[in-house]
Design a protein around this ligand. Structure first.
Ligand code: CA
Length: 304
C-alpha cells in the first residue's frame, strides 16, 4: 500500500534523494570526526529584554532568562564524509542557530550546506537590527541562501542541495525557518514538540494517514525530499514563531539524530541531562550507539 503511494508521490514531486548507506553496510569504521564549533556559551539577556521575559509563561517574577547553547556535528559510524554544517552566533541583541544537511554526491553536499549556513550568518550579522518584520527577514535570508547554493551548483554543473533550518532568537522569541527534513524541537515540562514539518515523502504519507510514524521512521524511502535548498528558483519557506520560557530547551538537528533516536529518547536525554554541552554530547553519542548511519548534527539551546 505504502509503495503504491510512494510511486504516485514520486510522479507528483521532483524528489531529491539524500544518500544513505544501508544498515548492512555499517562497519566498525567509526572515526571520531566530531567538530565542536564553540564551547558552551551563556548569555544573560539585556535589561530591556528581561521585561519581555517576564511576560513569557513560567518566567514571571524570575528576572532574566539565561540561555546557553552548544553545537556538535559528527560524521557518524558509516559515512566517509560529513556533509552537515551548522553555526551558532550571538550578536548581543539576537542569537542565530543554523543547521543544514547537504546532498549531491562527492563533496557537493558538504559545499551546499556550508554555503547555505555561511550565507545566513553573513546576512544576519550584516543587519543593523531585526526591524519590524523578523518573519519576513528570516524568509529573505533563506531565499538568499537558496540563490547562492543554486549559483554554486550551476557553476560546478552539480545538482547540489541542502536542507536548512534556523532559529533566530530575539529576546525570548524564536523565529524559525525550515526547508527540508532537518528539525527544530521544543522540550519542556515533560513534553517534546516538533515545531518544524519535514518536507519528505514519508511525512506527507503520515500526514494523510497513509503511513504511521513508526513505519515512516524505518521506510527505505524516508530520504526522499520534495523541497530542498538549491533545487528550485522559487521555494516556499516554512516560518514558525515560538516563545521560549524558563526550563525549556530548543533543539535543532539533522535526520542523522532524529532518524536514530525517537522523540521519547530525545525527550528523556534533554530532561535528565544537565547543561547544553552535556545534553548535546549525549544526544550525538546515543545516535552513534544506535548505529550512526548518517552524519549527526545537534544544536541545543537551554533556557534557564
Ligand atoms: Ca542526513
Amino acid at each position: 500500500m505504502a509503495h503504491d503511494w510512494i510511486g504516485c508521490m514520486k510522479k507528483m514531486f521532483d524528489l531529491k534523494t539524500k544518500r544513505r548507506t544501508p544498515l548492512a553496510a555499517a562497519t566498525a569504521t567509526f572515526a571520531s570526526m566530531t567538530r565542536v564549533l564553540q564551547p558552551a556559551y551563556t548569555r544573560r539577556l539585556r535589561p530591556d529584554q528581561e521585561d519581555k521575559a517576564s511576560c513569557a509563561p513560567g518566567a514571571a517574577g524570575t528576572g532574566a532568562l539565561v540561555m546557553a547553547w552548544h553545537g556538535i556535528t559528527d560524521t557518524g559510524r558509516v559515512r566517509p564524509l560529513n556533509e552537515d554544517s551548522f553555526a551558532c552566533q550571538d550578536f548581543m541583541d539576537r542569537s542565530l542557530f543554523v543547521v543544514a544537511d547537504g546532498m549531491g554526491g562527492h563533496d557537493a553536499g558538504e559545499i551546499a550546506s556550508r554555503i547555505a549556513v555561511e550565507t545566513i550568518c553573513a546576512d544576519v550579522s550584516g543587519l543593523a537590527n531585526l526591524g519590524h518584520d523578523p518573519k519576513g527577514l528570516v524568509e529573505r535570508v533563506v531565499l538568499h541562501a537558496n540563490a547562492e547554493v543554486r549559483k554554486e551548483g550551476t557553476s560546478r554543473g552539480s545538482n547540489m542541495g541542502t536542507t536548512l533550518t534556523l532559529a533566530l532568537i530575539d529576546g525570548t522569541t524564536a523565529h524559525i525557518a525550515n526547508v527540508g527534513d532537518s528539525r527544530v524541537y521544543w522540550i519542556e515540562n515533560g513534553s517534546i514538540t516538533q515545531i518544524t514539518e519535514d518536507h519528505s515523502l514519508v511525512a506527507k504519507l503520515v500526514s494523510t494517514g497513509k503511513m504511521t510514524k513508526a513505519e515512516a521512521r524505518h521506510n527505505p524511502k524516508s530520504n526522499l525530499l520534495y523541497r530542498t535548498i538549491g533545487t528550485d528558483e522559487a521555494i516556499k519557506v516554512d516560518i514558525f514563531t515560538r516563545d521560549l520560557s524558563k526550563g525549556g530547551s530548543l533543539l535543532l538537528c539533522t535526520d542523522g539524530l532524529w532518524g536514530e533516536l525517537s522523540d521519547e529518547e530525545i525527550h528523556r536525554i534533554c530532561s535528565t541531562e544537565k547543561g547544553s554541552r552535556t545534553i548535546c554530547a549525549k544526544l550525538v553519542n546515543s545516535a552513534n550507539e544506535k548505529g550512526g548511519r548518517d552524519n549527526i548534527t545537534a544544536v541545543v539551546v537551554t533556557v534557564g
